[in-house]
Design a binder for this molecule. Structure first.
Ligand code: KG4
Ligand code: ZN
Length: 335
């Protein structure tokens, strides 16, 4: 079965061709970072316009990498939500057009499910059920994954997502968008114990997150130093901030595994590209006798390979359509 996956939920236009759920024949990601960075974040209207310009060449390039034409596809998979409505609509409408003209069925894929399942693109695969921590720019959630099509939400952020906190702290330090990669680069040269930023654990048994407090605490620290004309040790701030976020993400994921009696944890989403988060979760996994599974960094951030893969599972489960009235959704289906 050959599936074309299409992703356009935020600021990446991506297409991938996946054969039999295993062989990635084509994988193209066109990022709009250069366009949005001068505004310090994603401008939805600009994103939709760029998706519209990019989608045809990006899909064409993925097909040509795979050495196939549309006629050789068995199915289409497209991100249906959550994300920016205008951007999602470009991917979904493009998919519907191919479906109608070529008579190929499609499935709408949930972006979070795509991130969660991206681990099955890796060599070392987990077994269901497992705990999945999905941390991205829009969400920070812990799931119990029963199967490739059934997930239970165990915890989620009550305010900012982890990636959002990285992006906001980067902005207040004057670093470019997106902030996550910038902070992690600087953090590698800093001291993670330099500043004791608070960890927000919430209620004792809670698996929810809250990252707005740490963002405010970094802002207060930075403003105080600036007011007193004191130098900012940016690398130390980045490292100490990163450690506080990583600590909470890791401990809550470990707690979820222990509470559910599950021995495997999957880490996914853009923030999973963070080297310190990867390292700390692996270390804690070793301490607690838990197996840790993390996709390669290129499959942590937004891509269409994960959408094709999630689509493959949906087709296997018998879910497909050619309907033209399917709509996108902006908010997560999981709560
Ligand atoms: O999954 P993703 O590519 O898009 C969404 O679905 O949101 O995640 C993007 C987020 C951004 O907030 C970005 O700053 C963050 O992931 N990110 C990182 C790193 N690389 C990307 N955060 C921390 N460290 C990184 N190395
Ligand atoms: Zn994402």
């Amino acid at each position: 079965m050959i599936i074309l996956g299409i992703e356009s939920s935020c600021d990446e236009t991506a297409a991938a061709v996946l054969k039999n759920g295993r062989e990635l024949m084509g994988n193209v990601i066109n990022t709009q970072i250069a366009i949005h960075s001068k505004y310090g974040g994603v401008v939805p209207e600009l994103a939709s316009r760029k998706h519209l310009e990019n989608i045809y060449p990006v899909v064409n390039e993925a097909l040509s990498q795979a050495g196939i034409t549309l006629d050789m596809l068995d199915g289409l998979a497209v991100t249906q939500g959550p994300g920016l409505v205008g951007s999602l609509l470009i991917g979904l409408s493009f998919t519907k057009a191919i479906s109608l003209v070529k008579g190929i069925p499609y499935v709408g894929v949930d972006h979070m499910a795509g991130h969660l399942l991206s681990i099955f693109l890796a060599e070392k695969k987990p077994e269901f059920p497992f705990i999945a921590l999905v941390a991205s720019g829009g969400h920070s959630s812990i799931f119990l994954a029963h199967s490739a099509t059934s997930f239970k939400l165990l915890g989620r952020t009550r305010d900012d997502a982890a990636g959002e906190a990285f992006d906001k702290v980067a902005k207040l330090l004057g670093l470019p968008y997106p902030g996550g990669p910038e902070i992690s680069k600087l953090a590698a040269e800093g001291n993670r114990e330099a500043i004791a930023f608070p960890r927000s654990w919430l209620e004792k048994e809670s698996l929810d997150f809250s990252f707005s407090g740490i963002k405010t605490s970094v802002a207060n620290y930075v403003n105080q130093r600036r007011q007193n004309n004191k130098k900012l040790a940016v690398a130390d701030i980045c490292s100490s901030f990163q450690e506080a976020v990583v600590d909470v993400l890791v401990e809550k994921a470990v707690k979820a595994a222990k509470k559910s009696g599950i021995k495997e944890i999957v880490l996914a989403g853009g923030v999973a590209a963070n080297p310190r988060l990867r390292e700390h979760l692996r270390n804690r996994g070793a301490d607690e006798n838990l197996q840790i599974f993390i996709p390669e960094p290129e499959f942590c951030t937004d891509n269409a390979a994960m959408i094709a893969l999630a689509g493959n599972y949906l087709f296997q489960a018998g879910r497909q359509t050619s309907a033209l009235d399917t709509d996108v959704y902006s908010r997560s289906l999981f709560w």
